[in-house]
Design a binder for this molecule. Structure first.
Ligand code: 4NP
Length: 159
């Protein structure tokens, strides 16, 4: 089983939606015995909380149901997950500095947008202080990145 962890700041807006889109696409492709996903936040701001209602309702409009409880990223996640996908550069830095502190080398840490072509440094924008439009924009980016990432997984893990 290849395990994927999506990471944002609060684990209530971007990463739970990324996880839900990934799991839906994997299920639709009949690959749920090969790939599984979870999500976490680099902060503890919303520990134990459900996803942001704006993310949940926007995802539902797009046919994706989101069900998660916010948790914080921990050192154990480095051994638990094959891929750790950061939504933005701050989260990426946080993850990389934790790995460094723990003396770990992990080959599967990426900015999620790095799976898009010509994506140098591109991030999934933080919608927390935004309006409806921002939540749909985030959904579209997450959907596109997931499509490309799953194609990469299928090629890399011989599906
Ligand atoms: P997320 O969005 O990282 O995509 O879950 C945010 C959620 C909460 C906060 C910031 C971003 N906050 O500052 O509480």
């Amino acid at each position: 089983m290849v395990k994927v962890l999506f990471v944002c700041l609060g684990n209530i807006c971007r990463s739970p939606v990324a996880e839900a889109i990934f799991n839906k696409k994997i299920k639709d492709a009949g690959l749920e015995d090969r790939f599984a996903a979870d999500s976490a936040g680099t902060s503890a701001y919303h520990l134990g909380n459900p996803p942001d209602q704006r993310s949940v309702s926007n995802a539902l409009v797009n046919g994706v149901s989101v069900d998660h409880k916010s948790r914080q990223f921990t050192g154990d996640d480095f051994s638990e997950f094959d891929y750790i996908l950061a939504m933005d550069k701050d989260n990426l830095l946080h993850i990389e500095s934790m790995a460094k502190q723990l003396g770990l080398i992990h080959q599967g840490i990426f900015l999620f947008c790095s799976f898009q072509p010509h994506s140098e440094g591109q991030e999934v924008p933080d919608p927390y202080y935004g309006g409806k439009h921002e939540f749909q924009k985030v959904f579209d980016v997450l959907d596109d990145c997931n499509q490309r990432f799953i194609k990469y997984l299928a090629e890399t893990h011989q599906v």
